[in-house]
Design a binder for this molecule. Structure first.
Ligand SMILES: [Fe+2]
Length: 197
C-alpha cells in the first residue's frame, strides 16, 4: 500500500499539460519544435501490397510510393498520432491504411483535419460498419472493432487519432483473415463492397 502511494506520487510528478501544433506535415509539441514527434511510421506500396484486390495492377505500380505517414506523439497514458493518407488507387480500389484491432479492449477517437474518406470498422463476428470522414468530423471506434481508413478524395486525407498508450496494435489478424470489405470507385463515387474474410 505504501509502495502504491509512493508510485502514484512519483507518477504525478510526470503529469504535464502539453500543447501541440501541426505545421505543414510536422506534428510538434510546442516546447520541442526541433524534435517534432516521438515516432514516424511510413507505409510504402510494397509494405501493404497484399491488401489490395487487384494483384496484377499492384505489381505495375511504383513499389516505393508512399501510401501514408504516421507521426506519433507519446504521452503519459494517451497517445496522439497524425496520419497523412495520400490519394490514389490500385485499379479501382482506393489507398488505405493497414487496419488493426487493439490488443486490449479499448476504443479510439479520430478527428478529421482535411480531405475525404471512409473509416471502415469490422467486428470480431465480421460485421462491417463505417463512418464518412471529412474536415471537422470526430469519430469514435468502439473496442473490439478493427479499423482502417480509406482515402476516397483527390487530396491528402489527414486525421488525428487518440488512443490509450497500452492499447496495442494487432495487424496480424487482418493480414491473415482479411478485413471483409473493400472500398472501390464505382460510377464516380466510392462503394463499399463486402468480400470474403
Ligand atoms: Fe487503433
Amino acid at each position: 500500500m505504501l509502495f502504491l502511494q509512493y508510485k502514484l506520487k512519483e507518477n504525478r510528478k510526470k503529469y504535464k499539460p502539453l500543447r501541440y501544433i501541426i505545421m505543414e506535415s510536422k506534428f510538434c509539441k510546442l516546447d520541442r519544435i526541433l524534435a517534432p514527434f516521438d515516432k514516424k511510421i511510413e507505409r510504402r506500396l510494397r509494405d501493404i501490397k497484399d491488401l489490395f484486390v487487384d494483384k496484377k495492377m499492384v505489381e505495375k505500380l511504383d513499389q516505393n510510393m508512399i501510401i501514408y505517414e504516421v507521426y506519433e506523439m507519446e504521452n503519459f497514458d494517451i497517445n496522439c498520432a497524425l496520419t497523412l493518407l495520400y490519394p490514389g488507387k490500385v485499379g479501382r480500389e482506393y489507398f488505405m491504411t493497414k487496419g488493426h484491432y487493439h490488443e486490449k479492449e479499448e476504443g479510439e477517437i479520430y478527428y478529421c483535419i482535411g480531405g475525404e474518406g471512409i473509416l471502415l470498422m469490422r467486428t470480431r463476428e465480421g460485421e462491417i460498419k463505417h463512418i464518412k470522414l471529412e474536415k471537422g468530423i470526430i469519430a469514435y471506434v468502439p473496442p473490439e472493432h478493427a479499423h482502417r481508413v480509406v482515402n476516397t478524395g483527390n487530396e491528402i486525407l489527414s486525421f488525428l487519432a487518440f488512443y490509450s498508450k497500452d492499447a496495442g496494435h494487432d495487424y496480424e489478424t487482418i493480414e491473415k483473415e482479411g478485413f471483409g470489405a473493400v472500398v472501390m470507385e464505382g460510377e464516380g463515387k466510392p462503394v463499399i463492397k463486402k468480400v470474403k474474410g
